[in-house]
Design a protein around this ligand. Structure first.
Ligand code: AMP
Length: 396
């Protein structure tokens, strides 16, 4: 069964075509700079990349383009849109309404719309992606896979804030968590790699991309996570602040004359590594730190210290730990970040092997030394494949 995965952002559409149930990726691609003067579409197939620059006025044009590229005889992927039997859509926020992957119908779309307020940057483009895909792939079954769904197993003691109860009861103010599709995927494949039943695995999954979060996985279920009601809290991110005393916001507004809009933009776009080191690309910061740049070194220290602190907290929550799993752009590629996070943790049974840690490939791999009682893994994430798996399993 050919299953298409669509991940629509405000100005981009990521797509991937899978042959299920094998999970073989037939092609993947990206439509970028939608609505700008110059846009682009690219497609990767069998390790070869094809791309074209052209103006892409809106998401409708972008998705029609995805359809026509997939049907282009030179890629030999599909002959007609009806060969795509299922489309799995990434939807960032499912609130409390969606605990599982769901077949999309008009009621589901209404609910996704009601959640716009909780994820104003993400849910509206996700919704638009669904509406447009339903037209382009009109004979396929469309399925929503929610980033928040994996975290719906959090107990109330982990998801409730110590705020007046009515804020939860009336407005749904609580921890929802994000990156759930990635945490779920790496937890399962890491457990399988360790020959542990995924439903029994106790893991800490550390997703370090531009956005970053950690999840405490107990018996295969998410029991705590660092992102909250919005994707702004927890770890230090590329340009987002992570944990912060809310008093700082009042101080800036009352004593320093900052508007709430200015503070909001600052916490989302000018903080994190960007605020600390002037750059949100961990590659550049690592290179600068290695060349002796003190500002970059301090930024990396803060970044890694926060992760270390949450490892301690989650070890206390989970009990006997099977493994720590690093994933996403930084987690998979930065040996320095993994080293700084794991150093001086032998008292918790965590010791990494420096030689194994330096190995670079795109395979799942262990990096702990044989003195370590906790497994430490680098597990490449694959959110698109996980969406295809969930979509297929639901329809099966
Ligand atoms: P993602 O959101 O998962 O695509 O991750 C993007 C982040 O991964 C960016 O901040 C990149 O700088 C970072 N990244 C990619 N490769 C490396 C590397 N070799 N070392 C450090 N960071 C990296």
């Amino acid at each position: 069964m050919k299953t298409l995965v669509i991940n629509t952002g405000s100005s981009s559409i990521k797509f991937a075509l899978f042959q299920m149930p094998r999970g073989t990726e037939l092609a993947s691609g990206l439509v970028e700079q939608i609505g700008e003067e110059k846009g682009a579409i690219s497609l990767k197939k069998d390790g070869e990349k094809f791309s074209e620059q052209l103006q892409i006025q809106n998401h409708q044009v972008g998705l029609a383009l995805v359809g026509s590229w997939l049907m282009d005889p030179k890629y030999a992927l599909i002959d007609a849109p009806n060969e795509v039997k299922a489309v799995g859509h990434r939807v960032v926020h499912g609130g409390e309404a969606f605990q599982k992957t769901t077949v999309i119908n008009s009621e589901v779309k209404e609910k996704i719309k009601e959640l716009f307020g909780l994820a104003p940057l993400h849910n509206p483009p996700n919704y638009e992606g669904i509406e447009v895909s339903e037209k382009v792939f009109s004979e396929a079954i469309h399925v929503a896979v929610f980033d928040t769904a994996f975290h719906q197993t959090l107990p109330a003691k982990a998801y409730r804030y110590a705020l007046p109860n009515y804020l939860y009861d009336q407005y749904g103010v609580r921890v929802y968590g994000f990156h759930g599709t990635s945490h779920r995927y790496v937890a399962r494949v890491s457990a399988e790699h360790l020959s542990i039943n995924p439903d029994k695995a106790n893991l800490i999954t550390v997703h370090l991309g531009n956005g970053a979060s950690m999840t405490a996985v107990k018996n295969g279920k998410s029991v705590d996570t660092t992102l909250g009601m919005t994707p702004l809290t927890g770890l230090v991110m590329g340009s987002r602040v992570g944990d912060l005393d809310p008093g700082v916001i009042f101080y800036l507004e009352e004593e320093r004359g900052y508007s709430i809009e200015k503070v909001k933009a600052m916490l989302n776009k000018q903080s994190g590594m960007k605020g600390l080191a002037g750059d949100n690309d961990l590659r550049t910061i690592t290179n600068r730190a290695e060349a002796g740049d003190e500002q970059a070194k301090l930024a990396l220290d803060i970044y890694c210290y926060r992760i270390k602190k949450y490892i301690g907290a989650y070890m206390a929550v989970i009990g006997p730990l099977d493994g720590i799993v690093f994933t996403a752009g930084v987690g998979e590629n930065s040996a320095l970040v993994r080293k700084l996070v794991c150093e001086e943790m032998s008292h918790l049974g965590i010791v990494i092997d420096d030689v194994k840690n330096e190995v670079r490939n795109d395979q799942i791999r262990d990096i702990n030394s044989n003195k370590s009682s906790v497994n430490v893994l680098v597990t490449p994430t694959n959110e698109e494949l996980e969406i295809a798996i969930q979509t297929y399993q639901l329809l099966k």
